[in-house]
Design a protein around this ligand. Sequence first.
Ligand SMILES: [Zn+2]
Length: 249
Amino acid sequence: MKVLKLLEDFPQREALKASELKFLEWLFIIFQLTAFVLIVGLLSSVFSIELIAPILDLVSQNISSPLILIFLAVLHFAVILLLFSLSKPFTFYALLIFVGAMVLFSILKLFFLEPTGYKIAGILIYSFCFLYFMTSRRLKVRFFYKKFLEDATKTIICPGCGQEVHLDFENCASCGKLLSADAKFEILKKQILDIDYPIVVRVGKITLLADTFGKKALPFLKEQYDKQLVSPYRNIDIVAAFLKAIKDN
Ligand SMILES: [Zn+2]
């Protein structure tokens, strides 16, 4: 499963590092900022359209309506803010829609206007951005890591049919089996000990078990903590999670 692979490759600390903006993202930001500055310059008559048309594909088509220009300027600026602020899946889709729309818009314009090198370049740049957004692992980590981790932590396996179910569900969505609190408790314990799960997910499940079941989880937590301490395969993050869960209860 792709999601678990991503979580396995990035412990939380490294996920933070991996989601930092690097060269290509900065280039994209500069590109957007330039577009913003040029449009504002155009609106305030600092630049003439003849001067900046070759640089700015969007405005180069003589959009005469100041309202559309203002809208475009806001859009370019909003994209920059989006990249910096909310690290949520929604942000990623918003960015993708913007870049995709720019590709589509540029291609459509080609049908009505003479294709020039600048217009082709505009399409290529945004197409490249679109492909990069779709394939960049760093952006996936930036925007999806938290959600992936939350989902993986809260996903349990139904003992009836073996399908994945969200922990908050009362019944299995696939086979309808009633998932009692006791059943969930047992499943979570099993998952915590399952080394097929990424460490970061097991750590999340330890915290979840302790938060959900409190004192009831204490004997299990203590037993596993002691086992970890003497295990040759102990993992520092797992040990720390057990210790914290014990202390919190
Ligand atoms: Zn089921």
